[in-house]
Write a protein that binds this ligand. Structure first.
Ligand code: T3D
Length: 258
């Protein structure tokens, strides 16, 4: 069974974590397949948005704990797999929507939080499971959580490993929205398909600006916005967006950077 499934749709790709009998826990094969899929998506100009989800009843239970003892590569799994994965998702020059279809635990939770827009099924839970096995939250968890939910909640979640139901996650601003289970995939697909028709190169600049704001001063951020806006103003989609506005018609964005 392929550990990662990729389906190419009209302008976007659906990537599914596919080890459902292990709640899509990550082993080396799954990491390599996901890295390959995201690399191909990055190169493919016809793919303008990504939907990441999990097969079966879970999104991902994080690291496959059964693989830890017997998998040589797992000894260096953070450096080798998780950190490049999070960097790749954040730097991908197209939006990444995550549809959290069930439990997201350990690195699985933080991989979801690294995506640009996170939707979750009402039955899903987010668990910083690390402390329960004497580990430290990884895959950006100690960076994303305080920024998303604030210091008090981040500390409690990391130290206790308490599960956060999808509705609570949405109420806290950890994710964009919780939806009825049956509505998750239709809504996530609608959103991803919409994003795939938008000015992709400009969206990539927006991702860069938002990521930089986490460490920039206001002055630095104002300068960055000026520089990125100059780039955006030179994009063909800017001309199309303005023209479409003036002609009172929907814009037909190419997504291209030149
Ligand atoms: O060095 C390094 O690699 C560091 C890297 C760390 C990254 C991490 O992600 S560390 C955190 C690892 N993840 C966990 O600790 C979570 C472990 N799983 C759970 O706590 C529970 O499974 C869940 C809360 C996620 C879900 O509970 P539940 O009751 O819905 O399902 P379950 O019955 O526990 O699991 C279903 C099956 O999946 C079960 O197998 P079985 O009994 O049917 O044969 C279970 O063993 C398996 N499974 C679940 N999580 C993992 C797993 N197998 C391997 N690794 C898992 N992480």
């Amino acid at each position: 069974m392929d550990p990662i499934l990729v389906e190419n749709r009209d302008g976007w790709s659906r990537v599914t974590l596919n080890r459902p009998d292990r709640l899509n826990a990550f082993n080396s094969d799954m990491h390599r397949a996901l890295a390959g899929a995201l690399e191909a998506i990055e190169r493919d100009e016809s793919c303008r948005a990504v939907l990441l989800t999990g097969a079966g009843r879970g999104f991902s239970a994080g690291q496959d704990l059964a693989a830890l003892g017997r998998d040589e590569e797992v000894r260096d799994t953070i450096e080798r797999f998780y950190n490049p994965l999070i960097r790749r998702i954040r730097a991908l020059p197209k939006p990444v929507v995550c549809a959290v279809n069930g439990v997201a635990a350990g690195a699985g939770a933080n991989i979801a939080l690294s995506c640009d827009i996170v939707l979750a099924a009402r039955s899903a839970r987010f668990i910083q499971a690390f402390a329960k096995i004497a580990l430290v939250p990884d895959s950006g968890g100690t960076w994303f959580l305080p920024r998303l939910v604030g210091e008090a909640r981040a500390r409690t979640l990391a130290l206790t490993g308490e599960a956060v139901p999808a509705d609570q996650a949405a109420a806290w601003g950890m994710i964009w929205r919780a939806v009825e289970d049956a509505e998750l995939m239709p809504e996530a697909e609608r959103l991803t398909a919409h994003l795939a028709t938008q000015p992709t190169a400009a969206l990539a600049l927006i991702k860069r600006a938002l990521d930089a704001s986490a460490t920039n001063t206001l002055d630095q951020q104002l300068d960055l916005e000026r520089d990125l806006q100059r780039q955006a103003g030179g994009l063909p989609d800017f001309a199309e967006g303005v023209q479409a506005f003036l002609e009172k018609r929907p814009a037909r964005f190419s997504g291209r950077s030149s």
